[in-house]
Design a protein around this ligand. Structure first.
Ligand code: OAD
Length: 235
């Protein structure tokens, strides 16, 4: 019997809602150089370009809706009687809009701002620019999207690692397994004896590490998995 679940999600879970993934052939990194928009160096070199990129992404996500995979994970969280933690690499808000609550955005959220001057965080729905003012310290010129860029430490790693060490089921959904530390979670969970499951459109870079895989679109494989788990057919 499963008593503690950790779920990791990536861009693939939001693909059928209409948000591009990063590394698929038509993905974001095929069109935009990640060094320009997703590194501290890129922001230092051209902050206006970085703001433009995240302003576009923030606006785009307002036009889309959570899909059946997001909804199934929220259902699992509310129906499952044991410990549960959903860790997402996604900066969109589709999990919370579907009803997820025990959720960590390890790569941040693009509808939040971080002030480089005072360290304050604030909800941010509008465009962000070099002129944006921090609601906490009221300085301008220091605001950045509250997202984790390459070379920066993902958020809440201690809490995530404690949950991985205690879980008996780890499920990875819609992630290519290319970006660490998230790509290493499967091995951390395995060390503690957890059953590991991959649900992805295709085998990820780390597919060989999983005990079970189900490859197909998230809107099919995730609700199917949740149904099996809650009915006792998936342990
Ligand atoms: P990727 O774009 O690397 O991988 C997306 C995965 O989702 C691929 O393995 C696809 O096969 C799969 N996929 C695509 N459509 C799917 C669907 N409908 N159903 C299920 N799976 C589908 O995205 P991530 O692994 O999330 O970080 O990328 C990890 C991090 O790299 C991101 O958080 C971002 C990126 O650079 C930063 O920006 C710091």
């Amino acid at each position: 019997m499963t008593s503690s679940i950790v779920i990791l999600t990536g861009a693939g879970i939001s693909a059928e809602s209409g948000i591009s993934t990063f590394r698929d052939p038509d993905g974001i990194w095929a069109k935009v150089d990640y060094r320009e928009v997703a590194t501290p160096e890129g922001f230092a070199a051209n902050p206006a370009r970085v703001h433009q990129f995240y302003n576009w992404r923030r606006k785009n996500v307002r036009t889309v809706e959570p899909n059946a995979a997001h909804v199934a994970l929220a259902r699992l969280e509310h129906a499952f009687p044991g410990d549960f933690l959903l860790v997402t690499q996604n900066v969109d808000s589709l999990h919370e809009r579907a009803g997820s609550q025990r959720l960590i955005h390890m790569h941040g959220q693009h509808d939040q701002a971080l002030c480089n001057a005072c360290g304050g965080r604030s909800a941010w729905e509008d465009e962000m620019s070099l002129e944006s003012r921090c609601p906490a310290c009221e300085q301008t010129g220091h605001m950045r999207p509250d997202v984790v860029w390459f070379g920066e430490m993902p958020y809440q790693m201690e809490r995530i690692q404690a949950a991985l060490a205690a879980c008996d089921l780890f499920v990875s959904i819609g992630t290519s397994g290319n970006v660490y530390p998230a790509a290493g979670f499967v091995r951390e969970a395995q060390v503690t004896g957890a059953r590991t499951v991959e649900l992805n459109l295709e085998p990820s870079a780390g597919a060989a590490h999983f005990d079970e895989t189900d490859h197909g679109p998230a809107t099919r494989v995730v609700p199917d998995f949740v149904e099996r788990l809650l009915s006792g057919r998936g342990r």
